[in-house]
Design a protein around this ligand. Structure first.
Ligand SMILES: [Zn+2]
Length: 138
């Protein structure tokens, strides 16, 4: 069977509409660029500029600034808060100490009073006992 080349067709491009010659019957677009642009149209990626290196660097810089700016105040805040907490705890401790000291003082006073009274009573009792034991002159 002798070689018979396929007949060339003249059909319009599916993207730009220009007629183009082709021996491939399934070919839809006149060129590769029309194929790519048509695919962009289908997937909706047309017109998105690729980010340049400078864009990426600026984005990274922004992120770094944001994170550092966020981290610094939070650290300072944490320090302040811990200091405040420590102060509060110190105040509470001091107040508790003072309260306990006052209580202890009152208790000591009461104890001293009681001891004095006890001593007095004991001394009186001893005195009475001694007086009772003291031999009386005939
Ligand atoms: Zn085309």
């Amino acid at each position: 069977m002798p070689y018979v080349p396929r007949p060339t067709t003249h059909q319009p491009c599916a993207h730009c509409g220009q007629t183009f010659e082709s021996r491939n019957l399934r070919r839809k677009y006149c060129s590769n660029s029309c194929n790519v642009l048509a695919s962009y149209d289908r997937t909706g990626r047309r017109g998105e500029p690729r980010p340049t290196k400078a864009d990426l660097e600026s984005v990274v810089k922004k992120i770094m600034e944001l994170t550092t700016a966020k981290a610094k105040p939070s650290l300072a805040e944490a320090k302040l808060r811990s200091q405040e907490l420590a102060k509060q705890i110190g105040d509470d401790l001091a107040a508790a100490k003072a309260e306990r000291l006052a209580e202890a003082k009152i208790k000591m006073k009461e104890l001293g009073k009681k001891m004095k009274e006890d001593d007095l009573a004991a001394a009186k009792g001893e005195h009475l006992v001694k007086a009772a034991k003291r031999p009386q002159k005939p």
